[in-house]
Design a protein around this ligand. Sequence first.
Ligand code: NAP
Ligand code: MG
Length: 490
Amino acid sequence: MTDVPYEDWRARAAGLVPHTGHHIDGAFQDGPETTPVVAPRDGRTIAHVASAGTAQVDGAVAAARRAFDTGPWPRLAPAERKAALLRWADLVERDRETLALLVSLEMGKPITDAYGIELRALIGCLRWYAEAADKQLDESPRGSASSLALVTREPVGVVGAVVPWNFPLTMAAWKIAPALATGCTVVLKPAEESPLSALHLAALGTEAGLPPGVFNVVNGPGEVAGRALGEHPGVDVLAFTGSTEVGRHFLRYAAASNLKRVWLELGGKSPNIILPDAPDLDAAADTAAWGIFFNAGEMCSAPSRLLVHRSVADRVLDRIVARAESLRVGDPLDPATEMGPLVSTAHQARVMEHIEAARASGARLRAGGGVDGRFLAPTVFDQVKPEMRVAREEIFGPVLAVLEFDDLDEAVTLANDTEYGLAAAVWTSDLSTAHRVSRALRAGTVWVNCYEEGDMSVPFGGVKQSGHGRDKSLHALDKYTDLKTTWIEL
Ligand code: NAP
Ligand code: MG
Protein backbone atom coordinates (compact mmCIF):
# COMPACT_ATOMS: atom_id res chain seq x y z
CA MET A 1 0.00 0.00 0.00
CA THR A 2 1.24 3.48 -0.80
CA ASP A 3 0.67 6.42 1.51
CA VAL A 4 1.41 9.04 -1.16
CA PRO A 5 -1.63 11.37 -1.24
CA TYR A 6 -3.72 12.18 -4.34
CA GLU A 7 -2.29 15.71 -4.76
CA ASP A 8 1.26 14.34 -4.78
CA TRP A 9 0.49 11.74 -7.43
CA ARG A 10 -1.00 14.48 -9.62
CA ALA A 11 1.98 16.73 -9.07
CA ARG A 12 4.38 13.90 -9.90
CA ALA A 13 2.37 13.05 -13.02
CA ALA A 14 2.66 16.67 -14.20
CA GLY A 15 6.44 16.63 -13.70
CA LEU A 16 7.13 13.22 -15.21
CA VAL A 17 9.66 12.92 -18.06
CA PRO A 18 9.46 9.34 -19.31
CA HIS A 19 11.86 7.49 -21.61
CA THR A 20 10.52 7.51 -25.16
CA GLY A 21 13.07 5.71 -27.38
CA HIS A 22 13.44 2.05 -28.19
CA HIS A 23 15.89 0.36 -25.85
CA ILE A 24 18.34 -1.50 -28.07
CA ASP A 25 21.77 -2.86 -27.20
CA GLY A 26 21.80 -1.09 -23.85
CA ALA A 27 20.86 2.40 -25.10
CA PHE A 28 17.82 4.42 -26.11
CA GLN A 29 17.31 4.98 -29.80
CA ASP A 30 14.73 7.05 -31.69
CA GLY A 31 12.92 6.60 -34.96
CA PRO A 32 11.64 6.34 -37.48
CA GLU A 33 8.18 7.58 -36.42
CA THR A 34 6.57 8.55 -33.12
CA THR A 35 3.19 7.62 -31.61
CA PRO A 36 1.40 9.52 -28.87
CA VAL A 37 0.74 7.79 -25.54
CA VAL A 38 -2.62 9.00 -24.29
CA ALA A 39 -3.56 8.84 -20.61
CA PRO A 40 -7.01 7.27 -20.31
CA ARG A 41 -7.72 9.29 -17.15
CA ASP A 42 -8.05 12.58 -19.03
CA GLY A 43 -7.24 11.98 -22.70
CA ARG A 44 -4.04 14.00 -22.54
CA THR A 45 -0.97 12.99 -24.47
CA ILE A 46 1.72 12.22 -21.92
CA ALA A 47 4.57 11.33 -24.31
CA HIS A 48 5.47 10.73 -27.91
CA VAL A 49 7.19 7.38 -28.14
CA ALA A 50 9.44 6.17 -30.95
CA SER A 51 7.64 3.70 -33.18
CA ALA A 52 9.60 0.95 -34.90
CA GLY A 53 9.72 -0.10 -38.50
CA THR A 54 11.29 -3.41 -39.41
CA ALA A 55 14.78 -1.83 -39.32
CA GLN A 56 14.52 -1.20 -35.56
CA VAL A 57 13.26 -4.73 -34.97
CA ASP A 58 16.14 -6.06 -37.05
CA GLY A 59 18.54 -3.97 -34.94
CA ALA A 60 17.06 -5.23 -31.68
CA VAL A 61 17.11 -8.86 -32.79
CA ALA A 62 20.69 -8.47 -34.04
CA ALA A 63 21.71 -7.04 -30.65
CA ALA A 64 19.97 -9.89 -28.81
CA ARG A 65 21.55 -12.38 -31.22
CA ARG A 66 25.08 -11.01 -30.58
CA ALA A 67 24.46 -10.98 -26.84
CA PHE A 68 23.41 -14.61 -27.02
CA ASP A 69 25.87 -15.96 -29.58
CA THR A 70 29.04 -14.24 -28.38
CA GLY A 71 28.19 -12.17 -25.28
CA PRO A 72 28.78 -13.07 -21.66
CA TRP A 73 25.15 -13.57 -20.54
CA PRO A 74 24.50 -17.24 -21.45
CA ARG A 75 28.07 -18.11 -20.39
CA LEU A 76 27.86 -16.61 -16.91
CA ALA A 77 27.65 -18.90 -13.94
CA PRO A 78 23.94 -19.08 -13.05
CA ALA A 79 24.74 -17.48 -9.70
CA GLU A 80 26.01 -14.41 -11.56
CA ARG A 81 22.80 -14.16 -13.60
CA LYS A 82 20.94 -14.49 -10.33
CA ALA A 83 22.90 -11.61 -8.83
CA ALA A 84 22.15 -9.37 -11.85
CA LEU A 85 18.43 -10.14 -11.72
CA LEU A 86 18.35 -9.45 -7.97
CA ARG A 87 20.07 -6.08 -8.53
CA TRP A 88 17.44 -5.32 -11.16
CA ALA A 89 14.65 -6.19 -8.71
CA ASP A 90 16.22 -3.88 -6.12
CA LEU A 91 16.22 -1.00 -8.59
CA VAL A 92 12.58 -1.69 -9.46
CA GLU A 93 11.85 -1.51 -5.75
CA ARG A 94 13.74 1.79 -5.53
CA ASP A 95 11.64 3.21 -8.44
CA ARG A 96 8.43 1.47 -7.42
CA GLU A 97 6.42 4.69 -7.19
CA THR A 98 7.61 5.97 -10.56
CA LEU A 99 6.82 2.67 -12.28
CA ALA A 100 3.39 2.50 -10.62
CA LEU A 101 2.70 6.05 -11.76
CA LEU A 102 3.71 5.22 -15.35
CA VAL A 103 1.39 2.19 -15.38
CA SER A 104 -1.49 4.15 -13.89
CA LEU A 105 -1.04 6.99 -16.36
CA GLU A 106 -0.57 4.93 -19.50
CA MET A 107 -3.33 2.34 -19.05
CA GLY A 108 -5.58 3.70 -16.30
CA LYS A 109 -5.01 1.16 -13.51
CA PRO A 110 -5.85 2.61 -10.07
CA ILE A 111 -2.60 3.75 -8.49
CA THR A 112 -3.31 1.65 -5.39
CA ASP A 113 -3.43 -1.51 -7.55
CA ALA A 114 -0.51 -0.41 -9.74
CA TYR A 115 1.69 0.06 -6.68
CA GLY A 116 0.27 -2.73 -4.53
CA ILE A 117 -0.42 -5.47 -7.07
CA GLU A 118 1.36 -4.85 -10.38
CA LEU A 119 4.65 -3.74 -8.87
CA ARG A 120 4.58 -6.41 -6.19
CA ALA A 121 4.09 -9.00 -8.93
CA LEU A 122 6.95 -7.62 -11.02
CA ILE A 123 9.41 -7.50 -8.13
CA GLY A 124 8.34 -10.92 -6.88
CA CYS A 125 8.69 -12.47 -10.32
CA LEU A 126 12.19 -11.07 -10.92
CA ARG A 127 13.36 -12.31 -7.53
CA TRP A 128 11.71 -15.71 -7.86
CA TYR A 129 13.41 -16.55 -11.18
CA ALA A 130 16.66 -15.00 -10.00
CA GLU A 131 16.60 -17.44 -7.09
CA ALA A 132 15.68 -20.32 -9.40
CA ALA A 133 18.58 -19.58 -11.77
CA ASP A 134 21.28 -21.37 -9.78
CA LYS A 135 19.12 -24.24 -8.56
CA GLN A 136 18.56 -26.09 -11.82
CA LEU A 137 20.32 -29.44 -12.07
CA ASP A 138 21.17 -31.42 -15.17
CA GLU A 139 20.81 -35.20 -15.49
CA SER A 140 23.26 -38.00 -16.01
CA PRO A 141 21.35 -41.24 -16.55
CA ARG A 142 23.11 -44.49 -15.68
CA GLY A 143 24.31 -45.90 -19.01
CA SER A 144 26.76 -48.65 -19.65
CA ALA A 145 30.14 -48.97 -17.96
CA SER A 146 31.85 -47.66 -21.08
CA SER A 147 29.76 -44.59 -21.75
CA LEU A 148 28.39 -41.49 -20.07
CA ALA A 149 25.18 -39.72 -21.06
CA LEU A 150 24.50 -36.12 -20.08
CA VAL A 151 21.10 -34.45 -20.42
CA THR A 152 21.57 -30.73 -20.08
CA ARG A 153 19.18 -27.79 -20.32
CA GLU A 154 20.36 -25.26 -22.87
CA PRO A 155 18.87 -21.79 -23.26
CA VAL A 156 16.92 -21.63 -26.56
CA GLY A 157 18.46 -18.34 -27.72
CA VAL A 158 16.65 -15.13 -28.62
CA VAL A 159 13.16 -14.79 -27.18
CA GLY A 160 10.62 -12.38 -28.69
CA ALA A 161 7.99 -11.34 -26.14
CA VAL A 162 4.81 -9.55 -27.23
CA VAL A 163 2.49 -8.47 -24.44
CA PRO A 164 -0.79 -6.63 -23.77
CA TRP A 165 -1.46 -3.46 -21.79
CA ASN A 166 -3.68 -4.73 -18.97
CA PHE A 167 -0.80 -5.75 -16.67
CA PRO A 168 2.02 -4.34 -18.75
CA LEU A 169 4.84 -5.15 -16.33
CA THR A 170 3.55 -8.41 -14.85
CA MET A 171 2.81 -9.95 -18.26
CA ALA A 172 6.26 -8.89 -19.47
CA ALA A 173 8.01 -10.16 -16.33
CA TRP A 174 6.38 -13.59 -16.58
CA LYS A 175 8.30 -14.01 -19.85
CA ILE A 176 11.43 -11.92 -19.35
CA ALA A 177 12.42 -13.29 -15.93
CA PRO A 178 12.41 -17.05 -16.72
CA ALA A 179 13.93 -16.42 -20.17
CA LEU A 180 16.82 -14.37 -18.76
CA ALA A 181 17.34 -16.71 -15.82
CA THR A 182 18.09 -19.57 -18.23
CA GLY A 183 20.58 -17.45 -20.23
CA CYS A 184 18.34 -16.42 -23.14
CA THR A 185 18.25 -12.86 -24.43
CA VAL A 186 15.00 -10.98 -25.03
CA VAL A 187 13.33 -8.49 -27.35
CA LEU A 188 10.10 -7.20 -25.80
CA LYS A 189 7.35 -5.45 -27.73
CA PRO A 190 4.94 -3.81 -25.31
CA ALA A 191 1.42 -2.83 -26.35
CA GLU A 192 1.18 0.59 -27.99
CA GLU A 193 -0.93 1.80 -25.07
CA SER A 194 1.67 0.94 -22.44
CA PRO A 195 5.29 1.39 -23.57
CA LEU A 196 6.43 3.83 -20.85
CA SER A 197 6.63 1.41 -17.93
CA ALA A 198 8.47 -1.15 -20.10
CA LEU A 199 11.04 1.46 -21.17
CA HIS A 200 11.70 2.48 -17.58
CA LEU A 201 12.13 -1.18 -16.68
CA ALA A 202 14.67 -1.54 -19.50
CA ALA A 203 16.65 1.47 -18.28
CA LEU A 204 16.80 -0.12 -14.81
CA GLY A 205 18.02 -3.39 -16.35
CA THR A 206 20.96 -1.59 -17.90
CA GLU A 207 21.63 0.22 -14.62
CA ALA A 208 21.63 -3.18 -12.90
CA GLY A 209 24.41 -4.33 -15.22
CA LEU A 210 22.61 -6.48 -17.78
CA PRO A 211 25.10 -6.64 -20.66
CA PRO A 212 24.09 -4.74 -23.84
CA GLY A 213 21.60 -6.62 -25.99
CA VAL A 214 20.40 -8.93 -23.22
CA PHE A 215 17.09 -7.11 -22.79
CA ASN A 216 15.75 -4.90 -25.59
CA VAL A 217 12.44 -3.09 -26.02
CA VAL A 218 10.97 -2.04 -29.37
CA ASN A 219 7.77 0.00 -29.50
CA GLY A 220 5.35 0.17 -32.34
CA PRO A 221 2.12 -1.19 -33.72
CA GLY A 222 1.52 -4.91 -33.51
CA GLU A 223 1.00 -5.29 -37.25
CA VAL A 224 4.49 -3.84 -37.82
CA ALA A 225 6.78 -4.46 -34.83
CA GLY A 226 4.94 -7.50 -33.41
CA ARG A 227 4.68 -9.09 -36.81
CA ALA A 228 8.35 -8.41 -37.61
CA LEU A 229 9.33 -10.23 -34.40
CA GLY A 230 6.94 -13.09 -35.19
CA GLU A 231 8.41 -13.52 -38.67
CA HIS A 232 12.04 -12.88 -37.75
CA PRO A 233 14.45 -15.71 -38.59
CA GLY A 234 16.71 -14.54 -35.73
CA VAL A 235 14.05 -15.15 -33.06
CA ASP A 236 14.03 -18.69 -31.63
CA VAL A 237 10.97 -18.52 -29.38
CA LEU A 238 8.00 -16.16 -29.45
CA ALA A 239 6.15 -15.78 -26.16
CA PHE A 240 2.83 -14.01 -26.60
CA THR A 241 0.11 -12.81 -24.24
CA GLY A 242 -2.92 -11.21 -25.82
CA SER A 243 -6.06 -11.98 -27.74
CA THR A 244 -6.87 -15.32 -29.35
CA GLU A 245 -7.15 -13.58 -32.72
CA VAL A 246 -3.59 -12.22 -32.60
CA GLY A 247 -2.36 -15.56 -31.21
CA ARG A 248 -3.47 -17.16 -34.48
CA HIS A 249 -1.32 -14.65 -36.38
CA PHE A 250 1.76 -15.68 -34.44
CA LEU A 251 1.27 -19.33 -35.35
CA ARG A 252 1.03 -18.27 -39.01
CA TYR A 253 4.16 -16.06 -38.72
CA ALA A 254 6.09 -19.01 -37.30
CA ALA A 255 4.85 -21.38 -39.97
CA ALA A 256 5.82 -18.93 -42.70
CA SER A 257 9.29 -18.21 -41.28
CA ASN A 258 11.64 -20.36 -39.20
CA LEU A 259 9.11 -22.58 -37.32
CA LYS A 260 10.03 -20.82 -34.10
CA ARG A 261 8.21 -22.12 -31.07
CA VAL A 262 5.22 -19.99 -30.14
CA TRP A 263 3.81 -19.89 -26.61
CA LEU A 264 0.32 -18.45 -26.31
CA GLU A 265 -1.46 -16.97 -23.29
CA LEU A 266 -4.78 -15.86 -24.74
CA GLY A 267 -8.26 -14.71 -23.85
CA GLY A 268 -10.93 -16.17 -21.62
CA LYS A 269 -14.61 -16.26 -20.70
CA SER A 270 -14.22 -17.89 -17.35
CA PRO A 271 -17.17 -19.49 -15.54
CA ASN A 272 -17.71 -18.98 -11.82
CA ILE A 273 -20.16 -21.55 -10.42
CA ILE A 274 -21.95 -20.76 -7.18
CA LEU A 275 -23.74 -23.71 -5.58
CA PRO A 276 -26.30 -23.34 -2.79
CA ASP A 277 -23.93 -25.05 -0.34
CA ALA A 278 -21.16 -22.46 -0.82
CA PRO A 279 -19.43 -22.08 2.57
CA ASP A 280 -20.37 -18.40 2.63
CA LEU A 281 -22.73 -17.10 -0.05
CA ASP A 282 -22.00 -13.48 0.74
CA ALA A 283 -18.28 -14.05 0.33
CA ALA A 284 -18.96 -15.85 -2.95
CA ALA A 285 -21.01 -12.88 -4.19
CA ASP A 286 -18.41 -10.34 -3.05
CA THR A 287 -15.63 -12.28 -4.75
CA ALA A 288 -17.68 -12.59 -7.95
CA ALA A 289 -18.13 -8.81 -7.97
CA TRP A 290 -14.52 -8.11 -7.09
CA GLY A 291 -13.33 -10.51 -9.81
CA ILE A 292 -15.26 -8.91 -12.66
CA PHE A 293 -14.68 -5.28 -11.65
CA PHE A 294 -11.01 -5.58 -10.63
CA ASN A 295 -8.79 -3.83 -13.21
CA ALA A 296 -12.06 -2.62 -14.85
CA GLY A 297 -12.66 -6.17 -16.07
CA GLU A 298 -9.56 -5.94 -18.26
CA MET A 299 -8.45 -9.34 -17.02
CA CYS A 300 -7.91 -12.43 -19.15
CA SER A 301 -8.99 -14.58 -16.20
CA ALA A 302 -11.97 -12.42 -15.10
CA PRO A 303 -14.97 -14.47 -13.90
CA SER A 304 -17.13 -12.95 -16.64
CA ARG A 305 -19.78 -15.68 -16.59
CA LEU A 306 -21.48 -16.18 -13.25
CA LEU A 307 -23.36 -19.47 -13.14
CA VAL A 308 -25.55 -19.39 -10.06
CA HIS A 309 -28.01 -21.97 -8.73
CA ARG A 310 -31.55 -20.71 -9.18
CA SER A 311 -32.38 -21.19 -5.48
CA VAL A 312 -29.78 -18.61 -4.38
CA ALA A 313 -29.64 -16.41 -7.48
CA ASP A 314 -31.65 -13.48 -6.07
CA ARG A 315 -29.61 -13.26 -2.91
CA VAL A 316 -26.27 -13.47 -4.72
CA LEU A 317 -27.32 -11.08 -7.46
CA ASP A 318 -28.71 -8.43 -5.12
CA ARG A 319 -25.39 -8.31 -3.36
CA ILE A 320 -23.38 -8.09 -6.59
CA VAL A 321 -25.63 -5.28 -7.85
CA ALA A 322 -25.20 -3.37 -4.59
CA ARG A 323 -21.45 -3.76 -4.89
CA ALA A 324 -21.51 -2.59 -8.53
CA GLU A 325 -23.43 0.50 -7.53
CA SER A 326 -21.18 1.40 -4.62
CA LEU A 327 -17.83 0.89 -6.34
CA ARG A 328 -15.64 4.02 -6.36
CA VAL A 329 -15.08 4.71 -10.03
CA GLY A 330 -12.87 7.64 -10.96
CA ASP A 331 -9.41 9.09 -11.44
CA PRO A 332 -6.86 6.27 -11.19
CA LEU A 333 -4.39 8.64 -9.49
CA ASP A 334 -6.72 8.95 -6.50
CA PRO A 335 -5.61 6.26 -4.03
CA ALA A 336 -9.27 5.78 -3.00
CA THR A 337 -10.33 4.82 -6.54
CA GLU A 338 -11.38 1.19 -6.94
CA MET A 339 -12.03 1.22 -10.69
CA GLY A 340 -10.47 3.54 -13.25
CA PRO A 341 -11.27 4.24 -16.90
CA LEU A 342 -10.91 1.64 -19.64
CA VAL A 343 -7.62 1.72 -21.50
CA SER A 344 -8.88 3.94 -24.34
CA THR A 345 -12.01 5.53 -25.73
CA ALA A 346 -11.82 3.05 -28.62
CA HIS A 347 -11.94 0.16 -26.16
CA GLN A 348 -14.73 1.87 -24.23
CA ALA A 349 -16.73 2.06 -27.48
CA ARG A 350 -16.15 -1.68 -28.09
CA VAL A 351 -17.39 -2.53 -24.60
CA MET A 352 -20.44 -0.29 -25.05
CA GLU A 353 -21.20 -2.10 -28.30
CA HIS A 354 -21.21 -5.39 -26.34
CA ILE A 355 -23.55 -3.83 -23.77
CA GLU A 356 -25.97 -2.67 -26.48
CA ALA A 357 -25.87 -6.10 -28.10
CA ALA A 358 -26.62 -7.78 -24.75
CA ARG A 359 -29.65 -5.53 -24.25
CA ALA A 360 -30.87 -6.11 -27.79
CA SER A 361 -30.57 -9.89 -27.36
CA GLY A 362 -32.91 -9.83 -24.34
CA ALA A 363 -30.52 -9.95 -21.38
CA ARG A 364 -31.79 -7.87 -18.45
CA LEU A 365 -29.62 -4.96 -17.32
CA ARG A 366 -29.35 -4.98 -13.53
CA ALA A 367 -26.59 -2.41 -12.96
CA GLY A 368 -24.54 0.10 -14.92
CA GLY A 369 -24.73 -0.09 -18.68
CA GLY A 370 -23.66 3.47 -19.39
CA VAL A 371 -20.70 5.80 -19.41
CA ASP A 372 -19.96 9.00 -17.57
CA GLY A 373 -17.31 10.73 -19.64
CA ARG A 374 -14.24 8.51 -19.55
CA PHE A 375 -15.73 6.09 -17.04
CA LEU A 376 -17.89 3.06 -17.76
CA ALA A 377 -20.17 1.98 -14.96
CA PRO A 378 -19.77 -1.52 -13.48
CA THR A 379 -22.37 -3.49 -15.43
CA VAL A 380 -24.41 -6.59 -14.59
CA PHE A 381 -26.77 -8.52 -16.88
CA ASP A 382 -28.99 -11.37 -15.72
CA GLN A 383 -31.43 -13.56 -17.65
CA VAL A 384 -28.52 -14.33 -19.95
CA LYS A 385 -28.91 -17.29 -22.33
CA PRO A 386 -25.89 -19.38 -23.33
CA GLU A 387 -26.21 -18.49 -27.00
CA MET A 388 -26.09 -14.71 -26.43
CA ARG A 389 -22.87 -12.88 -27.36
CA VAL A 390 -22.59 -11.57 -23.79
CA ALA A 391 -22.23 -15.21 -22.68
CA ARG A 392 -19.79 -16.22 -25.41
CA GLU A 393 -17.39 -13.42 -26.36
CA GLU A 394 -14.60 -11.96 -24.29
CA ILE A 395 -15.59 -8.36 -23.55
CA PHE A 396 -12.52 -7.36 -21.53
CA GLY A 397 -14.51 -4.81 -19.54
CA PRO A 398 -16.50 -4.61 -16.29
CA VAL A 399 -19.49 -6.53 -17.64
CA LEU A 400 -20.88 -9.56 -15.81
CA ALA A 401 -23.18 -12.09 -17.50
CA VAL A 402 -25.31 -14.07 -15.05
CA LEU A 403 -26.83 -17.42 -16.03
CA GLU A 404 -28.94 -19.59 -13.71
CA PHE A 405 -29.02 -23.37 -13.50
CA ASP A 406 -31.00 -26.05 -11.67
CA ASP A 407 -28.56 -28.93 -11.30
CA LEU A 408 -24.86 -29.59 -11.19
CA ASP A 409 -24.54 -31.38 -14.53
CA GLU A 410 -26.21 -28.46 -16.22
CA ALA A 411 -23.75 -26.08 -14.52
CA VAL A 412 -20.73 -28.04 -15.72
CA THR A 413 -22.12 -28.26 -19.25
CA LEU A 414 -22.73 -24.51 -19.29
CA ALA A 415 -19.28 -23.83 -17.85
CA ASN A 416 -17.54 -25.86 -20.54
CA ASP A 417 -19.70 -24.47 -23.33
CA THR A 418 -17.02 -22.04 -24.53
CA GLU A 419 -14.08 -22.02 -26.90
CA TYR A 420 -11.93 -20.71 -24.05
CA GLY A 421 -10.34 -22.58 -21.15
CA LEU A 422 -8.27 -20.19 -19.05
CA ALA A 423 -9.85 -20.36 -15.58
CA ALA A 424 -12.97 -21.50 -13.72
CA ALA A 425 -14.27 -21.56 -10.17
CA VAL A 426 -16.74 -23.46 -8.04
CA TRP A 427 -18.16 -22.58 -4.64
CA THR A 428 -19.29 -25.53 -2.51
CA SER A 429 -18.85 -27.01 0.98
CA ASP A 430 -18.93 -30.56 -0.29
CA LEU A 431 -15.50 -32.11 -0.79
CA SER A 432 -16.63 -34.62 -3.40
CA THR A 433 -18.51 -31.98 -5.37
CA ALA A 434 -15.43 -29.74 -5.29
CA HIS A 435 -13.24 -32.50 -6.69
CA ARG A 436 -15.76 -33.81 -9.20
CA VAL A 437 -16.50 -30.37 -10.63
CA SER A 438 -12.81 -29.37 -10.69
CA ARG A 439 -12.01 -32.47 -12.70
CA ALA A 440 -14.84 -31.86 -15.12
CA LEU A 441 -14.00 -28.22 -15.80
CA ARG A 442 -11.74 -27.74 -18.82
CA ALA A 443 -9.53 -24.88 -17.69
CA GLY A 444 -5.88 -24.20 -16.92
CA THR A 445 -6.78 -23.11 -13.39
CA VAL A 446 -9.75 -24.08 -11.21
CA TRP A 447 -10.39 -22.18 -8.01
CA VAL A 448 -12.50 -23.72 -5.24
CA ASN A 449 -14.11 -21.24 -2.83
CA CYS A 450 -11.78 -18.46 -3.99
CA TYR A 451 -10.82 -16.57 -7.15
CA GLU A 452 -7.53 -15.22 -8.56
CA GLU A 453 -5.47 -16.95 -5.88
CA GLY A 454 -1.94 -17.39 -7.17
CA ASP A 455 1.70 -17.66 -6.31
CA MET A 456 4.91 -17.55 -8.31
CA SER A 457 5.40 -21.27 -7.67
CA VAL A 458 2.08 -22.14 -9.34
CA PRO A 459 1.73 -22.27 -13.14
CA PHE A 460 -0.76 -20.08 -15.02
CA GLY A 461 -2.12 -20.56 -18.52
CA GLY A 462 -4.93 -21.97 -20.57
CA VAL A 463 -6.32 -24.88 -22.54
CA LYS A 464 -8.46 -24.86 -25.71
CA GLN A 465 -8.34 -21.44 -27.40
CA SER A 466 -6.99 -19.76 -24.28
CA GLY A 467 -3.60 -20.99 -25.41
CA HIS A 468 -0.94 -23.41 -24.25
CA GLY A 469 2.26 -23.37 -22.26
CA ARG A 470 2.46 -22.02 -18.75
CA ASP A 471 3.79 -18.81 -17.28
CA LYS A 472 5.11 -18.71 -13.69
CA SER A 473 6.53 -21.64 -11.70
CA LEU A 474 9.56 -23.79 -12.56
CA HIS A 475 7.57 -25.21 -15.49
CA ALA A 476 7.93 -21.89 -17.35
CA LEU A 477 11.68 -22.56 -17.59
CA ASP A 478 10.85 -25.40 -19.99
CA LYS A 479 9.61 -22.86 -22.54
CA TYR A 480 13.01 -21.18 -22.75
CA THR A 481 15.28 -24.23 -22.66
CA ASP A 482 16.01 -27.20 -24.87
CA LEU A 483 17.18 -30.58 -23.66
CA LYS A 484 20.54 -31.54 -25.09
CA THR A 485 21.90 -35.06 -24.98
CA THR A 486 25.64 -35.61 -24.93
CA TRP A 487 27.09 -39.16 -25.22
CA ILE A 488 30.65 -39.73 -24.15
CA GLU A 489 32.46 -43.00 -24.85
CA LEU A 490 34.77 -43.61 -21.94
P1 NAP B 1 -3.97 -7.88 -28.52
O1 NAP B 1 -4.73 -6.96 -29.35
O2 NAP B 1 -3.95 -9.32 -28.90
O3 NAP B 1 -2.48 -7.32 -28.48
C1 NAP B 1 -1.48 -7.94 -27.73
C2 NAP B 1 -0.13 -7.58 -28.31
O4 NAP B 1 -0.05 -8.07 -29.64
C3 NAP B 1 0.10 -6.09 -28.37
O5 NAP B 1 1.44 -5.82 -28.09
C4 NAP B 1 -0.25 -5.78 -29.81
O6 NAP B 1 0.37 -4.62 -30.29
C5 NAP B 1 0.27 -7.00 -30.52
N1 NAP B 1 -0.38 -7.20 -31.81
C6 NAP B 1 -1.61 -6.77 -32.22
N2 NAP B 1 -1.84 -7.15 -33.49
C7 NAP B 1 -0.76 -7.83 -33.91
C8 NAP B 1 -0.41 -8.47 -35.13
N3 NAP B 1 -1.22 -8.48 -36.20
N4 NAP B 1 0.81 -9.09 -35.20
C9 NAP B 1 1.64 -9.08 -34.14
N5 NAP B 1 1.36 -8.48 -32.98
C10 NAP B 1 0.17 -7.87 -32.85
O7 NAP B 1 -4.44 -7.83 -27.01
P2 NAP B 1 -4.62 -6.56 -26.07
O8 NAP B 1 -5.82 -5.79 -26.54
O9 NAP B 1 -3.36 -5.84 -25.92
O10 NAP B 1 -4.94 -7.29 -24.67
C11 NAP B 1 -6.14 -7.90 -24.41
C12 NAP B 1 -6.11 -9.39 -24.69
O11 NAP B 1 -5.04 -10.01 -23.98
C13 NAP B 1 -7.34 -10.10 -24.20
O12 NAP B 1 -7.80 -11.02 -25.16
C14 NAP B 1 -6.87 -10.83 -22.95
O13 NAP B 1 -7.63 -11.95 -22.61
C15 NAP B 1 -5.48 -11.19 -23.32
N6 NAP B 1 -4.67 -11.47 -22.11
C16 NAP B 1 -4.34 -12.77 -21.83
C17 NAP B 1 -3.60 -13.07 -20.68
C18 NAP B 1 -3.23 -14.49 -20.34
O14 NAP B 1 -2.33 -14.67 -19.52
N7 NAP B 1 -3.86 -15.50 -20.89
C19 NAP B 1 -3.20 -12.04 -19.83
C20 NAP B 1 -3.55 -10.73 -20.14
C21 NAP B 1 -4.28 -10.46 -21.30
P3 NAP B 1 -0.39 -3.19 -30.37
O15 NAP B 1 -1.58 -3.24 -29.49
O16 NAP B 1 0.63 -2.26 -29.91
O17 NAP B 1 -0.76 -2.97 -31.78
MG1 MG C 1 -3.61 -3.20 -29.18
